[in-house]
Design a protein around this ligand. Structure first.
Ligand code: XMP
Length: 335
């Protein structure tokens, strides 16, 4: 367990030595990693950092508002918010393949950065929240020699961007990134949020991405997360075991939890009428390293409440299912 203030001091010195008087541009995604990277780099070089927050229309509910208030209002970080929903949706229209979708989302990010970087003439560096497990998994090859998944935030920087790469979290594991975030003054709830993939809801809407699907998924996902946070985690009393560090609620008791949009319709009944609407799958896993994971044994009462709320509150969803697949052989995300 290393000493956090010392670590911050060293990391700050390293960043200063690396970038000198150059400006740095960072893509803020709303996830834990890029947020902690932004806070660390801002601590090191202040206004030499400009964050670009791309709203690609594939963010979670209210995520944009939260990111802007935390960084711009609370920390005084320069943030440029770009509403690129139409651009992303346009390029994703008609595309079904998961890796193709990742490539498009990654490519559009680079496009947006290129435009912003062009405006910041002193910008020489692109900062990214790449952490150690990203580095490992992206280097991993499947049995047939293909990359298992292309994480768009790792190593995909094309030469055309003409920026050097600044990755101050490259050697850190997730728990270290979180401790660092808290030490840098980020809110506990934000830093202990579950990880969120760069392509966002783009890989949680199976097949073709549509704004209509993203809107339904955002609502369903927010209900699931709210109920996880509001349901206490009952710790079995074991004599002699300190329950002080036990999770307080089911959000804390899971490593990642989210809703997945299935673009298939099934029949339901509502009042005297028949419905024919979409399906949402709930995924909640527990894992230490995200390389293997088990599905969370959520209380039935919690699952029942989430299901009822989604079906009653989200017009367009009439069926909710729970994913009971472990990793391996399933992955955590559905795409
Ligand atoms: P899988 O689905 O491979 O996910 O079991 C393992 C972890 O990686 C996250 N993930 C991604 N993160 N870009 C990211 O930044 C991606 O394309 C991506 N795909 C998966 C996933 O959310 C989980 O935490």
């Amino acid at each position: 367990d290393w000493n956090m203030p010392d670590y911050i001091g060293e990391a700050v010195e390293k960043i200063r030595a690396q970038v000198g008087t150059d400006d740095v541009i960072l893509g803020l995604s709303g996830g834990v990693d890029s947020s902690v990277a932004a806070a660390l780099i801002h601590r090191a070089i202040g206004d030499q950092l400009t964050c670009v927050f791309v709203d690609h229309g594939l963010l979670r509910k209210d995520e944009g508002k939260m990111v802007m208030s935390m960084f711009e209002k609370n920390l005084g970080v320069k943030v440029i918010r770009i509403d690129a929903e139409d651009q992303f949706m346009g390029h994703l229209a008609g595309v079904n393949d998961p890796e193709q979708k990742r490539k498009i989302i990654g490519r559009e990010f680079v496009e947006v950065f290129q435009v912003e970087a062009g405006k910041l003439t002193n910008a020489k560096w692109l900062a990214q929240g790449t952490i150690y497990p990203d580095v490992i998994e992206s280097a991993g090859k499947g049995k047939k020699g293909q990359t298992i998944k292309s994480h768009h935030n790792v190593g995909g920087l094309p030469e055309t961007l003409n920026l050097k790469l600044l990755e101050p979290l490259r050697e850190l594991f997730k728990d270290e990134v979180r401790k660092l975030g808290v030490a840098l003054g980020l809110p506990h709830d934000m830093v202990y949020r579950h990880p969120f993939p760069g392509p966002g809801l783009g890989v949680r809407i199976l097949g073709e991405v549509k704004k209509e699907f993203a809107d339904l998924l955002r609502e369903a996902d927010a209900i699931f997360i709210e109920e996880l946070r509001n349901t206490p985690f009952e710790v079995p009393h074991v004599p002699g075991i300190d329950a002080g560090k036990a999770p307080l609620n089911w959000y804390e008791a899971t490593s990642q939890a989210f809703a997945v949009f299935l673009p298939v319709k099934s029949v339901g009944v509502m009042g005297d009428g028949r419905t024919y609407e979409y399906v949402v799958a709930l995924r909640a896993v527990q894992t230490l390293d995200f390389m293997t994971a088990q599905w969370a044994h959520l209380p039935h009462a919690l699952m029942g409440k989430v299901s009822n709320r989604i079906i009653n509150e989200v017009r367009g969803i009439n069926r909710v299912v729970y994913d009971i697949s472990g990793k391996p052989p399933a992955t955590i995300e559905w795409e």
